[in-house]
Design a protein around this ligand. Structure first.
Ligand SMILES: [Zn+2]
Length: 340
C-alpha cells in the first residue's frame, strides 16, 4: 500500500518536470519561429538594415545572397506555391507598405502587379531583362516556328493576343532565371537597389554580389561544357519554361503546352510531339517537379521513353536552392540528351 502510493509519486513528478520543460522549450521555439516568419516589422528592426519583399523564388534567392544578414527578405507568396497562380494574403499586401522595396516581375503575377499599384510600394521590376532578351512563346496554334534565336533583338510584345486564361504572362517567356547569365544581370540591378537604399552597407552588398556572380559564372560554364557535345539537342517539356535555357545553350525546346503551366495540350500538339519524339530518337520527356506531369507522362508512356524532372525553379524544396537545382537540371539534360 505504501509502496503503491509512493510509486506513482516518484514516477510522475520527474515526468511532469520533463513535460513542463519540454512544453516551455516548445513554447519558446514556437514564439521565435512565429516572430521571424509572420512579423516582418519586429524581425527587421532587430539587426537588419532593409526589409525586402520578393515575389517568387529566384528573386528571393538573389535578395538573400546579396542582402546577407543585412536584409530581411519577406516572401510574398508561401514557399511551394506555384507563382503563376499566386494570390496575396491581405496581411502580405498590408506588409508591403512598410517594405523598403519589392522585387517582382510585372506581367507575370497579376496579384502582385495589383498590390504594387494599390500599396504604392517601391519596387524593382525585372521586366526589362525579358524585354531585352525575350524568348518568345512558340505559338503552336499559329504555326510560328522556333527561329527566335536572336538573343539581343527587341521582340514585339503581343500581350493582347495571349489566348490563355487571366493569369497568363503575355507572350514573352518570363523564366529568365534559367539562363544564369541573365540572373547575373538581374543581380546587378538588385545590388544597385540595395546600395541606393542603404549606402552605408554598399560595400558589403557589393562583396556579396561578386560571390553570387562567381557562382553564376561557374554554373554557366558547367552548362556550356556539359551540353557542348550531345547526341540530341531537342528537349521535350510540359510547359515551355525553358526558352532562355534553350537560347543560351543552343537547345530546342518543344513544349506540350505553352508558357502557362495550367494550359492543357491540344490533341493535335500531343500527336505532333509524339511524332517529333520518334523522329529525333529522343529517349526522354521532361516533366516539372511542381506541376502535374500527367500530359508529359502520358506521352512518354505512349512512345516508350523515360520521364526526367527538369525544374523551372519557380519554387524549390526546403533543402534545395537555385544552384543545386540548376545542377540537377543539368544532370537530367545530360542524361536525356546523351551528352558526353
Ligand atoms: Zn512558369
Amino acid at each position: 500500500m505504501i509502496i503503491n502510493k509512493q510509486y506513482p509519486q516518484v514516477m510522475t513528478s520527474p515526468r511532469i518536470l520533463i513535460t513542463g520543460s519540454l512544453l516551455g522549450a516548445l513554447a519558446l521555439a514556437g514564439c521565435s519561429a512565429a516572430d521571424s516568419e509572420t512579423d516582418s516589422d519586429t524581425s527587421a528592426a532587430a539587426n537588419t538594415s532593409l526589409t525586402v519583399g520578393t515575389a517568387f523564388y529566384p528573386l528571393q534567392y538573389v535578395a538573400e545572397r546579396i542582402g546577407g544578414d543585412l536584409v530581411a527578405v519577406e516572401t510574398l507568396i508561401s514557399a511551394g506555391v506555384e507563382p503563376h497562380d499566386a494570390e496575396l494574403s491581405p496581411k502580405t499586401v498590408r506588409d508591403m507598405q512598410s517594405m523598403d522595396t519589392v522585387l517582382f516581375l510585372s506581367d507575370f503575377q497579376p496579384a502582385v502587379d495589383d498590390a504594387m499599384e494599390t500599396t504604392g510600394a517601391r519596387g524593382l521590376d525585372a521586366h526589362h531583362i525579358i524585354d531585352e532578351h525575350g524568348a518568345e512563346e512558340a505559338e503552336h496554334e499559329e504555326e510560328s516556328d522556333h527561329d527566335d534565336h536572336d538573343h539581343d533583338e527587341e521582340t514585339e510584345t503581343t500581350e493582347e493576343e495571349s489566348s490563355h486564361d487571366d493569369h497568363d504572362h503575355g507572350s514573352l517567356d518570363p523564366h529568365f532565371w534559367l539562363d544564369p547569365t541573365l540572373l547575373a544581370e538581374y543581380a546587378d540591378d538588385v545590388l544597385a537597389e540595395f546600395s541606393e537604399l542603404d549606402p552605408d552597407n554598399a560595400e558589403t552588398y557589393s562583396a556579396n554580389a561578386s560571390q553570387l556572380l562567381t557562382d553564376l559564372d561557374a554554373i554557366d560554364a558547367s552548362y556550356s561544357d556539359g551540353l557542348a557535345t550531345c547526341e540530341r539537342r531537342d528537349i521535350f517539356v510540359g510547359h515551355e519554361a525553358f526558352g532562355y535555357l534553350a537560347l543560351a545553350y543552343d537547345l530546342t525546346q518543344e513544349g506540350l503546352a505553352g508558357l502557362d503551366p495550367e494550359a492543357e495540350p491540344s490533341p493535335a500538339r500531343v500527336r505532333e510531339i509524339r511524332d517529333m519524339v520518334e523522329d529525333t530518337g529522343a529517349t526522354t520527356i521532361y516533366s516539372e517537379s511542381e506541376v502535374s506531369a500527367d500530359a508529359a507522362e502520358a506521352v512518354a508512356e505512349d512512345v516508350g521513353v523515360d520521364v526526367l524532372v527538369l525544374s523551372p525553379i519557380e519554387t524549390v524544396a526546403d533543402d534545395e536552392d537555385y544552384l543545386g537545382v540548376m545542377e540537377s537540371n543539368l544532370e537530367a539534360l545530360r542524361t536525356g540528351l546523351g551528352c558526353s
